[in-house]
Design a protein around this ligand. Structure first.
Ligand code: HEM
Length: 393
């Protein structure tokens, strides 16, 4: 057997044999890795080819900076959704592909996939991690399913019912559990998560509802009459649990606002398995996938005239044949919003009591939408409010 001599390493023929074997093994390993990577890239490329791409800015930037978190970016996104109604592929720089899905038919496979397959994408959610820790929104695996199981009873109707005591009661439930299962760090992460997911989102939702009703005085007045009718002859004028189902038009107005201005405009996933879409295309595993809630809600092939605020879309008669995934402000599937009934109840009560006391009027300047994690308005959302005279009640 020939022996490799490596005099430049100070190695004579007697020690070269193991080096030769090691080098060969090392080189084969590297080659195998390279081949696997090339094959994976080729496979991904073939699958990604099925998704249309808007023109890139240039080869280096890809589509980076095309959809900015500004009013202009929202308009650009609306245009893209109109052009590519099922979804589209964009590149962050030359190497990182991101698929955006914006149709109810196509998000089903990802949203309904098990939480172990459709993971939260690390890049997108890592911004939240330093603040929210490993709370329900960000956590994964066994920890997520254990915490979700443990916290779900805190949002049961029976807990939400005694409305005024809601904060006490849900906090108490968590306290009961904490001694047994949750560490201090866990409790902090869940509390921060509920403050963020529960407060900022509801505040955004409510602000845009007030805005939309300020712009549509006819719907505002109809809501007000519904509330006045409900509370006629009652003192004090408070909304109770059973009243929440007796405000159908106000509920339609809230839903239409959550459609037009979804407080969480986009969520993101990165799947551990290939995801087969109903139309035969495949989202390859490991690819970042944005589920554009805003895109679905503004998609003309899902909602005709999507920019028009029309609460009658949510008339039970009109909505009954629509896909449940055409309206997903609270997402859907196993990782949907745990607090959605809480949020809807809170928004109904706050809106009903506001309309009872005030008339809402738009500000002179149109707000400019600003999608950070939550859909905000640049410089805040300004409205004018006029107290209603006692006679108007
Ligand atoms: C209008 C109000 C709200 C909206 C629009 C909203 C929307 C959402 C959305 C879209 C998700 C999915 C996030 C993702 O997949 O990355 C989510 C998850 C979540 N929401 Fe909400 N939310 C609202 C109110 C609340 C409230 C009031 C609470 C609690 C008090 C809450 C707690 C959570 C939690 C803990 C999760 C994570 C659930 C999990 O992954 O298991 N949200 N929410």
């Amino acid at each position: 057997m020939s022996q490799l001599s490596l005099p430049w390493l100070g190695l004579g023929p007697e020690v070269a044999f193991p080096w030769k074997t090691l080098l060969l093994l090392g080189a084969s390993w590297i080659l195998a890795r390279i081949l696997i990577q090339i094959y994976a890239a080729y496979r991904n490329y073939r699958h990604l080819h099925g998704f249309p791409q808007p023109p890139k800015r240039n080869w280096l930037m890809g589509h980076l900076g095309m959809v900015t978190p500004t009013e202009q970016g929202m308009k650009e996104l609306t245009r893209l959704v109109g052009t590519y109604p099922q979804g589209f592929l964009m590149w962050i720089g030359p190497m990182i592909p991101v698929i955006t899905l914006c149709h109810s038919d196509i998000v089903r496979s990802i949203l309904n996939a098990s939480a172990a397959v459709a993971l939260k994408d690390v890049i997108f959610y890592s911004i939240l991690k330093p603040w929210l820790g490993d709370g329900l929104l960000v956590s994964a695996g066994d920890k997520w399913s254990r915490h979700r199981r443990m916290l779900t009873p805190a949002f049961h109707f029976n807990i939400l019912k005694p409305y005024v005591k809601i904060f006490n009661d849900s906090t108490n439930i968590m306290h009961d559990e904490d001694g047994k299962e949750l560490s201090d760090e866990d409790i902090r992460a869940e509390a921060d998560t509920f403050m963020f997911e529960g407060h900022d989102t509801t505040a955004s939702g409510l602000s845009w509802i007030l805005y939309n009703l300020a712009r549509h005085p006819e719907y505002q007045e109809r809501c007000r009459q519904e509330v006045q009718e409900l509370l006629r002859g009652r003192e004090p004028k408070e909304i109770e649990w059973d009243d929440l189902a007796q405000l159908p038009f106000l509920t339609m107005c809230i839903k239409e606002s959550l459609r037009l201005h979804p407080p969480v405009p986009v969520i993101s996933r990165c799947c551990t398995q290939d995801i087969l879409l109903p139309d035969g295309r495949t989202i390859p595993k490991g690819i970042i996938c944005l589920i554009s809630i805003f895109g679905i809600h503004h998609n003309p092939s899902v909602w005709p005239d999507p920019e028009v605020y029309d609460p009658f879309r949510f008339d039970p008669e009109n909505i009954k044949d629509s896909s449940p995934l055409s309206f997903i402000p609270f997402s859907a599937g196993p990782r949907n919003c745990i607090g959605q009934t809480f949020a809807m109840s809170e928004m109904k009560v706050a809106l009903a009591l506001t309309l009872l006391r005030f008339r809402l009027l738009p500000d002179d300047k149109e707000p400019r939408r600003q999608p950070e994690l939550i859909l905000r308005a640049e410089g805040g959302l300004w409205l004018r409010v006029e107290p209603l005279s006692a006679g108007a009640h």
